[in-house]
Write a new protein. Structure first.
Length: 302
């Protein structure tokens, strides 16, 4: 009986570890949800929400084996219009984004589709880190919104076919550097890739960087103690593609959404369709009421 109890506890711990993770579930364009996985490079279904731990692993690019562009359809997006992203822990419960302790930044990169993500081609179009005023990381806003956020591709970006790479980074085990074979060491990366056809009159072709290659294991935004006292956080990776467009603008006139500004909680939130500044990317979580709050408690991750 004792052996059975120990086995059951280990099984439940493993199940929790899997369910606590996240992946890009679907998109929303012009108010319409796409199907699960549509326009997203194919998942590894057996490890669909398993994080990437090694910053030098090729999986950091798109977390998939299917890197042939022909395997995925392109979705048409108009620069300057809203584009919804929706992350979930799993298929069974689409109300949860990620485990509450998995706090960290959210970033979005793009690369020309013809490159297939290889070489110095990735440029950052959004970064949401830590807001010292609210003392929240950007992904905590997605925890409240059920994993939903809206993003506007800047109108100055040149039209064409692209890979868009949204990424969530969880820092709950980032106080210890990555150690091969252990889930208890190092930050956790949750990237997925979307194929888009961008309609734009823009001409900007931003400077690119390689993935993997944008992060190092000892970068201050990767090797970070979430459980110690802190009042700032250095967002990892290269700078935003354009210094003038580096800070997303909150459409309600409040704190910058990309820096963790927390919007009001409503039953049916409305998001204006006209940006405050059309030259700047806009990202705003779609916030819904959370049914309950669980007590924060650090767990041991294996």
């Amino acid at each position: 009986m004792l052996k059975l109890s120990v086995f059951l506890l280990l099984f439940l711990a493993a199940a929790h570890s899997v369910s606590a993770h996240t992946y890009l579930f679907r998109l929303n364009v012009n108010g319409t949800d796409t199907g699960r996985g549509e326009y997203i490079r194919k998942y590894r279904e057996s490890t669909i929400n398993t994080p990437v731990k090694d910053v030098n692993n090729i999986d950091l690019r798109c977390r998939t084996d299917k890197m042939n562009a022909k395997d995925t359809k392109n979705i048409t997006i108009v620069a300057g219009e809203k584009f919804g992203l929706e992350f979930h822990e799993g298929d069974e419960d689409t109300s949860r984004f990620i485990e509450e302790e998995h706090r960290g930044p959210v970033l979005i990169y793009m690369a020309p589709l013809e490159s297939n993500g290889e070489g110095d081609v990735w440029f950052k179009v959004f970064e949401g880190g830590y807001d010292p005023k609210t003392k929240k990381f950007y992904d905590e806003l997605l925890m409240k919104s059920g994993g939903k956020m809206e993003f506007t591709i800047p109108e100055e970006i040149k039209g064409g076919n692209y890979i868009m790479r949204p990424e969530v980074i969880a820092l709950h085990t980032a106080d210890k550097k990555f150690k091969p074979g252990s889930m208890s060491y190092g930050a956790e990366f949750f990237p997925n890739c979307v194929q888009i056809k961008l309609i734009s009159k823009g001409t900007l072709e931003p400077k690119g960087y390689p993935i993997p290659g944008i992060y190092k294991a000892d970068d201050p935004g990767i090797f970070f103690n979430l459980w110690d006292k802190y009042d700032s956080y250095v967002i990892p990776g290269p700078p935003m593609y354009n210094a003038d467009a580096g800070t997303p603008v909150d459409q309600q006139g409040g704190p910058p959404a990309g820096e963790g500004g927390e919007p009001s909680v409503e039953e049916k939130p409305t998001v204006p369709t006209t940006p405050t500044n059309p030259d700047k990317p806009i990202v705003k979580p779609v916030v819904v009421k959370k049914p309950c709050q669980r007590k924060k408690k650090r767990r041991s991750y294996q």
